[in-house]
Every structure is written in structure tokens, then in C-alpha cells.
Ligand binder design. Structure first.
Ligand code: XBP
Ligand code: MG
Length: 251
């Protein structure tokens, strides 16, 4: 049993619902602009989310016959354009943070908890979300931004979580992670960390067996109580606060 020293945050689906109206739209803009005869609708994109990483997702769609074949260089170039479109969408302020995210981040930061990000997404996409949705001060408040190709094996491999705690000099048993998907949960589980899951429309049916808490969202004190889906430690929760994360560490 260890004290809570570090909270690692997933990005897409956890900080904000970026997938359907952000990443998906940006991919389609890049395909359209390049004259590629493919658009990912909301349901198709839901299937493709099983594959983490935008370049890997495109490769997967090619391999299953959804798109014409192309070499890696073309995929990488398309993905670079997609990232630019994504940055513009985020800069327009289209994607708000999920409920309770800023509140819990602030509470943890004020309490001196080390904060970091562990994500599959590209650093430039993460930077856009921090700048436009969270606020520039968070570039300094996060002690590590672990993102994208910095590790060769993306989630569900645990590498991005292992990388983050190595950089921070904390141990897995002092760390809790916030995730939204089964690939994210598996990554946290195999890094031997505790995990709180906030589901969303794309991930509500995923299997989170073994996760330490699964909730609809982090909630806000002034709103109705959150929906608690999986609560093995029987915590009493209206909205998720730092004390709940600390209780999970001690459970
Ligand atoms: C989610 C992902 C990412 C994004 C797209 O990452 O799998 O691939 O869908 O981002 P996480 P890129 O939940 O770990 O934040 O196109 O930049 O890869
Ligand atoms: Mg996610």
C-alpha cells in the first residue's frame, strides 16, 4: 500500500471527447483533400478505434479493404495533414473538457500531486488540446507529456505508462491512471497501476473487469451525482475527488 504521488491522464476520450468530432473529422478532411475516396462515418470510426494510433488505424483500414493501399510515407504525410486539421478544429474551441476534469486536475495540482499525460496521440495534437481547452499554464503543471511514437508499442501495451513513471521517478504503486477505453485500461493494468475509467459513447460497452472504479464521468459538485458502473471498493461518490483516488490507493 503506497501513498498517491502521481496521477497520469489519458487524453482522447478522457480529458475531452475528441474522437468523434475531432480526430474523425480531421481524418476525413485529410482524405478528402488528398482525393482519397474514403470517409469514416461515426460507426465505422467506432470500429477503427480498436486500433490505437492514427497511422496504425489507417494501415488497419487499408488492410481490411476500406481504403486503397499506399506506402507508409503516404500514410505519414496524410496523418501530418490530419494533425494540422485537428489542431484547427481544437483551436476553434469545438471540444470542451469533460465534466470534472479541470476541477480534479486543479485539486490534485494544489495538493502537490505529480501530474502527467500518457497518450497514444501525436504530441502536436496533445499540445493543441492543452493550449486551447485546458490552458497554457498546464504545459508547466504537467511534469511529463508522454505521447505518440515516443514508445514503439502503443496502448494496449503498457510502454507509455512505464515511460511516464520512469521520466517522473515515481513507482507504479504510487500512481493512478485515468482512462476511457479498454485498450487504455489494459495498458494501465499491465503497467501495474490503479485505474479509474470514465466511459463515453464509444467505450461504454468495453470490458473494464478489474478496474478500480468505472464511472460515467468525473462529475461536478453542483450537478447530479455521476453514474457509478463498477465500484469494487464501495466508495461513496457523488463526483470523483482526490480523496476517492487516495482511498483507491489504500484499498
Ligand atoms: C487515442 C488514440 C489516438 C487518436 C488519434 O489516444 O488512439 O490514436 O485516436 O490520434 P489516447 P493520432 O486515448 O491514448 O489519448 O491520430 O494523433 O494518433
Ligand atoms: Mg483514450
Amino acid at each position: 500500500m503506497a501513498e498517491l504521488k502521481c496521477i497520469l491522464w489519458d487524453v482522447d476520450g478522457t480529458l475531452a471527447d475528441t474522437e468523434r468530432d475531432g480526430h474523425r473529422v480531421a481524418f476525413n478532411m485529410a482524405f478528402d483533400e488528398a482525393g482519397i475516396d474514403r470517409q469514416w462515418d461515426v460507426a465505422t470510426y467506432g470500429e477503427l478505434l480498436a486500433v490505437t494510433g492514427g497511422k496504425e488505424r489507417m494501415r488497419f483500414d487499408i488492410d481490411r479493404g476500406g481504403m486503397a493501399d499506399m506506402p507508409f510515407e503516404k500514410i505519414a504525410a496524410l496523418h501530418a495533414r490530419k494533425t494540422i486539421h485537428y489542431q484547427s478544429l481544437i483551436a476553434e474551441g469545438r471540444i470542451p473538457l469533460r465534466p470534472g476534469v479541470l476541477r480534479l486536475l486543479e485539486e490534485a495540482y494544489q495538493a502537490g500531486i505529480t501530474l502527467g499525460v500518457s497518450t497514444t496521440t501525436t504530441p502536436a495534437a496533445l499540445d493543441a488540446l492543452i493550449e486551447h481547452s485546458l490552458g497554457k499554464e498546464w504545459f508547466d503543471r504537467f511534469a511529463v507529456l508522454a505521447a505518440g511514437d515516443i514508445v514503439p508499442a502503443k496502448k494496449p501495451a503498457p510502454d507509455i505508462y512505464n515511460y511516464a513513471i520512469e521520466q517522473l521517478g515515481v513507482s507504479a504503486d504510487e500512481t493512478i491512471a485515468l482512462e476511457d477505453s479498454s485498450n487504455g485500461w489494459k495498458s494501465v493494468r499491465d503497467a501495474n497501476m490503479k485505474c479509474v475509467v470514465t466511459i463515453n459513447d464509444y467505450t461504454a460497452a468495453h470490458d473494464f473487469s478489474g478496474a478500480d472504479l468505472v464511472v460515467s464521468d468525473l462529475g461536478e459538485p453542483e450537478n447530479e451525482a455521476i453514474n457509478v458502473i463498477q465500484n469494487p471498493n464501495k466508495l461513496d461518490i457523488h463526483h470523483v475527488e482526490l480523496k476517492h483516488l487516495q482511498a483507491i490507493m489504500h484499498a
